[in-house]
Design a protein around this ligand. Structure first.
Ligand code: NAD
Length: 271
């Protein structure tokens, strides 16, 4: 069911890899709510071809490759998106993350720093790159909305989340700092959504992911939020109903973040 919450709005969605990706669900929901889209992912991810299915489902939304660590790629993406839309952008989703240390099973106490640089660049500094480019090009309409996806390991220790915890802390800090600057300049709002563990390609890369998900499910009064739930929340944050929300880290986790302990966890511990 559509409420046309994003009718007439134009947005760029970064990070739809396959139909499990959170960005994929967000793109589907935004389209359903009346938005026009441009889809982007790293050139290497586009070679899989999956994203073309999403494009077809979204009225042949253009797919434009951009490595988020490459300013020329990003500039090309913004130029083409503005040309395609015939004007400025109303919303952006940054749904991008990658850790080579996690892929190579390097623990937090034995990081390879070349990999760490890459992690911080792809997963956090890229958000600054996107915002700085948009700011300098004046590419976002007044009252536009920019979101990035994050995880509660930025605030609390989840040992197997490894260096991504540091990347998410930086991502959330950039959100506040740039939210201030862009709010003053163009009334553009910038927030992060802190999502429950979700079964996706990036999510499943976290060591012990099944245990992690089950624990979060038991620790959340509403249970884990799904990717579809996350997409619905993102739609509201791109809509005009949340115009005064900015510089926030918004927990979207079924109550996990504020639960000390729950009945199901106590039961489990008493076994
Ligand atoms: N899955 C979870 O449990 C969970 C929970 C909270 C937050 N998040 C965050 O949600 C976001 C999306 O992840 P997801 O779980 O949907 O997984 P996903 O693997 O579907 O998405 C990650 C995306 O990042 C893209 N990417 C990686 N390197 C890139 C680069 N250099 N340039 C451009 N794109 C690049 C990948 O191609 C992929 O599309 C990430 O920021 C992730 O940290 C995920």
């Amino acid at each position: 069911m559509s409420n046309n919450l994003l009718k007439g709005k134009k947005g760029i969605i970064f990070g739809a890899l396959n139909d499990q990706s959170i960005a994929w669900k967000v793109a589907e929901k935004c389209f359903e709510e009346g938005a026009q889209l441009v889809l982007s992912n790293a050139p290497i991810a586009l070679r899989m071809g999956e994203i073309n299915k999403l494009s077809e489902a979204c009225a042949n939304a253009p797919v434009i490759g951009a490595d988020v660590t490459n300013m020329d790629d990003l500039k090309n993406l913004f130029d083409k998106a503005i040309e395609h839309f015939g004007g400025k952008i109303d919303f952006i989703l940054h749904s991008v993350g990658m850790s080579m240390n996690m892929r190579k099973n390097n623990s937090y106490t034995s990081l390879n720093y070349d990999f760490t640089h890459k992690t911080l660049d792809i997963s956090a500094m890229s958000f600054h790159r996107i915002l700085q480019l948009a700011y300098q090009m004046d590419a976002i309409n007044e009252w536009g909305s920019v979101l990035a996806l994050t995880y509660i390991a930025a605030q609390r220790v989840f040992p197997d989340y490894n260096e991504m915890a540091d990347a998410k802390a930086l991502l959330e800090s950039i959100t506040r700092s740039f939210g201030y600057q862009y709010g003053i300049k163009r009334k553009v709002r910038i927030n992060t959504v802190s999502q429950s563990p979700t079964r996706t390609t990036a999510g499943s890369g976290v060591k012990g992911f099944d245990g992690f998900m089950n624990y979060a499910e038991k620790m959340s009064p509403l249970g884990n939020a799904s990717a579809e739930d996350c997409a619905n929340y993102c739609v509201t944050l791109f809509s005009d109903y949340t115009r005064m929300v900015t510089m926030q880290n918004l927990f979207h986790d079924g109550g996990f973040s504020f639960s000390g302990v729950t009945g199901p966890v106590i039961e489990q511990m008493e076994k």
